[in-house]
Design a protein around this ligand. Sequence first.
Ligand code: F1P
Length: 291
Amino acid sequence: THMERELHSQPEVWRTAAELGAAEKGLPAPGARVAVVGCGTSWFMAQAYAALREAAGQGVTDAFAASEAPLGEARGYDALVAISRSGTTTEVLRVLESTRGRIPSISILGDPDTPATPLSDHTVELPFADEQSVVQTRFATSALALLRAHLGEDLGTAVQDAREALEAPVEQEWIDAEQFTFLGTGWTYGLAREAALKMREASQSWTESYPAMEYRHGPIAIAAPGRVTWLFGAEPEGLSAEVTGTGARFVRHSRDPLADLVLVQRIALERARARGLDPDNPRSLTRSVML
Ligand code: F1P
């Protein structure tokens, strides 16, 4: 399948993306107040980037679903970053149009020639990470790898961890589980949301996602035997014991969280196969959503 081939190429593709990110000069300068938009997977990558940019001390960075971005009159932001594999997504184009001429826009795209291109002041293109699949894997993770490298991170460990995540066993318990809840803090909350979406899109699985500390405020009520709670990144004190107490399986790996997402992509693929679904032709989804 396209999805399988594309997700397996991630370590090499991230390497290229990180090199581009480290050399990229057109992204907002430190100190700029930045709004980041996208839809679906691209929104979750926007969320992760926003948390990372703030944590790196580079200034206020807010992520919005493009359809809900409160950017009339540009709202005090200094720059717009739009993330879209296709560059055709209607809501993203609308944000680019409505802020055009007010603040500079930078679009991160899978293709150099898209409807988003002429609406953007600068584009960052990742044609080497573009995909044929409907369900995004490597474009999204490569866009985030590029942005992490631009923030000064060394992606060497993430690349190595992704190789390991591609070799790791996909446990039968993960294929059979009735339900998954993904948790994260800071930038890994965006990854948790993406992990949950990936499993829904590829395998029609019942998944949820929450900020790790919010999980105790209600959502843990559905944790039970046969269900999995999967944490990306650092563990808030006491969480694993609370989850284990419900009978649910608690999963946390110490690898780079972006590499852990690769393992979830593989689980999504295997769950699709186990249910006789074609992950390249997911029910009700198209490669790009246009009105
Ligand atoms: C965004 C997106 C995908 C989603 C679905 C429809 O596309 O929402 O994240 O998986 O296939 O499109 P794009 O703006 O990044 O091209």
